[in-house]
Design a protein around this ligand. Structure first.
Ligand SMILES: [Zn+2]
Length: 559
């Protein structure tokens, strides 16, 4: 999640902060502020002091599962945790109504629906995997959407490019689980074959045949490794355990976390998985490993065969094959990853084992790393479906690499936001106040003054060429013209003044008409800037629309 303040502060709410322990850390010490933790992933709780080092006074609002994790894992004092069940509405200190709904991300994760005291309605998605049927079942959210009242959608844009396409979650889970089942069922066959042959009388020839095949072609014994974060992908574990009829080995940390998520009653996988896990590594052929152990994804998929081989070897259970699954949304993100998603290598343990012995007849490990397109964030198509359903007036991306990326993401969803409502809201905001009066106040506040023309500077500057706007081409021709409007300096305006006078002289136009067509009205630019439009784009649109404010806004919104 980006640390930009706009991603963590809900518009219209003075003291409501979401996953903002880094962005607004000092405000944790101010009584009356409300902090929400959407879910217990490190990039969201980062900045929240652990254990006794957190002394408040602000309380952390979250779901019961996240509350458990804050108490048991983060060791936060219970006095600072306030839990709210999915679907129940509560108020912050300023009377804004807040409701959590299941984000379909990890256990306990919430999307946050806010109805402000002033009547605005916003949805902050935290981290989410959009699920059409589920999201349509959330009463207050659905009501706001049906009434076309949703103002801002703070959107988890982890995968906001068209290339980020992956199968629906259920399909990906089923695919991984069935592969795990197939791989491990052959282990069962080996065991039952050996048991069967043990009780059957053997001829000398038969005994010889079995002995030689043991050396030349040992039966395949497979270990499955599933890569997971500390919390998340429980549905993958649950279904893999069911398909293979095996327990799943997890380490102590993961086990403690699974204990905490038992309260996530709505999802069988989350509440029941703890009963299908074991802390004894010998009791299972399915082991959960941390993300990164089997390989990395950035900048491209690079499997770590040796680490997988060593892991299987250390268990000392006679494994000669290991298959590691790497479920991630980045699996399909590049041509290279798509074409090399399954990587195989025979690793000679004698070359990599530094301590301990390697069995002389069993030192070759068949290693396979499968990069599977699975994610608990929304795919690009799901994000489009989400914006199409919610039809907000505006989206605020919460995952982006910089301002350029932010603008590109906004543009990708522009056709789905309710631009008509956005325009109406803007017009109603400025009506009744008096454009000039409000603009004057804004200009005073922002110290924007009408530039003074200077005839002395005319010879030093190039005449600005004002061209009719064409798509894909800027009508601002020189560098000086590209600076934001309030930074226009005296020499540039002098040139504009000269240009204006030449138009009056050559074309016989009135000064007022020329001014309207070639220079953006300062007051209107200031108004547009105050509403969040980019200064230079505001000037550009006003010039393109001959200073007609409404048309300029419409023109910008339609870009
Ligand atoms: Zn997350």
């Amino acid at each position: 999640m980006n640390q930009s303040e706009k991603c963590h502060r809900i518009q219209g709410c003075k003291r409501l902060y979401i996953d903002a322990f880094r962005a607004f850390k000092p405000l944790l010490e101010v009584e009356g502020n409300t902090f929400i933790l959407t879910h217990y992933h490190a990039d969201h709780w980062a900045g929240l002091p652990r254990g006794k080092s957190y002394i408040g006074p602000c309380k952390i609002h979250c779901t019961p599962v996240t509350g458990n994790l804050l108490r048991e894992i983060h060791k936060l004092d219970n006095a600072f945790i306030v839990e709210h069940a999915y679907g129940s509405t509560w108020n912050d200190c300023d009377g804004n109504n807040i409701t959590f709904y299941d984000a379909n991300h990890c256990p306990g994760a919430a999307i946050v629906f806010v109805a402000t005291r002033e009547g605005q309605k916003h949805l902050h998605t935290g981290d989410m995997r959009y699920h059409d049927e589920k999201f349509r079942s959330y009463p207050l959210l659905s009501e706001a959407i049906q009434n076309r009242e949703l103002d801002i959608l703070y959107l988890d844009t982890t995968y906001a490019k068209p290339k980020h396409c992956f199968a629906p979650q259920d399909e990906a889970i089923e695919m991984i689980a069935s592969q795990v089942g197939e791989l491990l069922n052959s282990n069962q066959d080996i065991v039952s074959e050996k048991k069967q042959s043990f009780f059957q009388p053997k001829t000398k020839a038969k005994v010889k045949e079995i002995a030689s095949s043991d050396v030349a072609q040992a039966p395949v014994r497979t270990l499955v490794l599933l890569s997971c974060y500390s919390i998340g992908k429980e549905k993958v574990l649950w279904n893999s355990a069911l398909q293979s009829k095996q327990l799943v080995f997890v380490n102590k940390t993961k086990h403690r976390m699974l204990q905490c998520i038992k309260a996530h009653q709505d999802v069988e996988a989350s509440s029941g998985i703890i009963d299908r896990c074991t802390l004894d590594p010998k009791k299972s052929d399915i082991h959960v490993i941390t993300m990164g152990t089997a390989g990395s994804l950035h900048p491209f998929f690079q499997p770590n065969f040796e680490e997988c081989a060593l892991y299987a070897h250390r268990l000392n259970k006679g494994y000669n094959k290991v298959v590691a699954f790497l479920p991630t949304g980045w699996a399909n993100s590049s041509k290279y990853n798509r074409e090399n998603g399954v990587a195989k290598k025979i690793v000679d343990l004698k070359e990599i084992v530094k301590k301990g012995k390697v069995n002389g007849n069993n030192h070759m490990m068949d290693v396979e790393v499968r990069c599977v397109a699975y994610s608990e964030h929304s795919s690009y198509n799901e994000l489009r479906a989400c914006v199409e359903y919610t039809r907000p007036k505006q989206i605020i991306p919460t995952v982006f690499s910089g301002e350029k990326d932010y603008a590109a993401i906004e543009k990708r969803f522009q056709d789905l936001v309710d631009s008509q409502r956005a325009k109406q809201a803007f017009i109603s905001k400025i009506s009744g106040i008096g454009v000039k009066r409000k603009a004057a106040a804004i200009m005073k506040k922002q110290k924007i003054s009408r530039p003074q023309y200077s005839t002395k500077a005319v010879s030093k500057v190039q005449m600005p060429q004002i061209m009719p706007y064409k798509k894909g081409r800027s009508n601002l021709q020189n560098k000086e013209d590209k600076v934001p409007h309030q930074k226009l300096n005296a020499p540039t305006m002098s040139a504009a003044k000269v240009h204006e006078e030449s138009l009056v002289e050559k074309c016989g136009m009135s000064k007022q008409n020329v001014r309207q067509k070639t220079i953006a009205d300062d007051a209107k630019v200031a108004m547009m800037v105050s509403m969040g439009f980019n200064p230079s784009r505001s000037s550009e649109s006003l010039i393109a629309k001959s200073n007609n404010l409404e048309e300029a806004i419409e023109w910008l919104l339609s870009r």
